[in-house]
Design a protein around this ligand. Structure first.
Ligand SMILES: *[C@@H]1O[C@H](CO)[C@@H](O)[C@H](O)[C@H]1NC(C)=O
Length: 259
């Protein structure tokens, strides 16, 4: 029995895909040099993955504006345990012949952990096809896995797209969890602090998972609440009363903030 198990483990190690260690974390302060990666795709050919799939960032509706199915699951140096959620990358490919070589922008909305390359983008079908010459999207998707190049870029959104906060399902006055989405600029957030009206100081939230930040508070958290955000590059933004007095779980509150 033991021998069989050992044999199958060894067999897996010999025959499985080569394991490639992940690359260095990509940060907002990287120099923007093009790097090599592998690209794969998932979900529907012209979709954003499964319907309403929040994925490992916790976003929903990634098929709708402003992501419009131009989204990707990044491996660990890109996803960064969720701190990379919302960051933006230019991606392009030169081979096979269907590749246009023209960069398109994708948003990190999920993670992947197949150890096939130092950097790996598992792209929504739409985003993978977007690297193709016009009309050759379907042919490019047939390649399944290709070499690509990528570089970190600033996220840009239409002027009327402001940072939105989703109070997560199951929140109550003693458990407050906030998902941050649609941050332009660096795109990813490294700190979230909140302040109840009338209080003098901001209280830091803990990174929970994906794009979600939380606090467990024995003292009920009352609205209105000010929120302060810090982008990966260190820029801070804050708005008073952005979460109203009678805040409710599973509700989106749109701010006036944008990086
Ligand atoms: C990469 O980022 C993750 C998430 O912030 C962190 O846990 C990890 O230590 C970083 N790795 C390196 C090599 O800096």
């Amino acid at each position: 029995m033991v021998a069989v198990v050992v044999a199958s483990l060894v067999g897996g190690a010999v025959c499985g895909p080569p394991k490639v260690p992940p690359g260095k974390n990509i940060s907002a302060t990287c120099d923007g040099k093009w790097l090599d990666a592998k690209a794969t795709w998932y979900g529907k050919a012209t979709g954003a993955g499964p319907d309403d799939n929040g994925g490992a960032c916790g976003y929903k509706d990634v098929n709708k504006a402003p992501f419009n199915s131009m989204n990707a699951c990044g491996n660990s140096p890109i996803f960064k345990d969720g701190l990379g959620c919302g960051s933006c990358y230019e991606i392009k490919c030169d081979k096979p012949a269907e590749c246009s070589g023209e960069p398109v922008i994708v948003h990190i909305t999920d993670m992947n952990d197949e150890p096939i390359a130092a950097y790996h983008f598992d792209l929504a079908g739409t985003a993978f096809g977007a690297m193709a010459k016009k009309g050759e999207e379907e042919k490019l998707r047939k390649a399944g896995i290709i070499d690509m190049q990528f570089r970190r870029v600033k996220c840009k959104y239409p002027a009327d797209t402001k940072i939105a906060f989703h109070i997560e399902k199951g929140c109550n006055p003693n458990y407050f969890a906030l998902l941050v989405k649609y941050a332009a600029g660096d795109g990813d957030i490294v700190a979230v602090d909140i302040k109840e009206k009338g209080s003098d100081e901001f209280v830091p939230l803990k990174h929970s998972w994906g794009a979600i930040w939380r606090i467990d508070s024995p003292k009920p958290i009352k609205g209105p609440i000010a929120v302060r955000l810090t982008s990966e590059g260190g820029t801070k933004l804050e708005q008073d009363d952005v979460i109203p007095e009678g805040w409710k779980p599973d509700t989106v509150y749109t701010s006036k903030l944008q990086f």
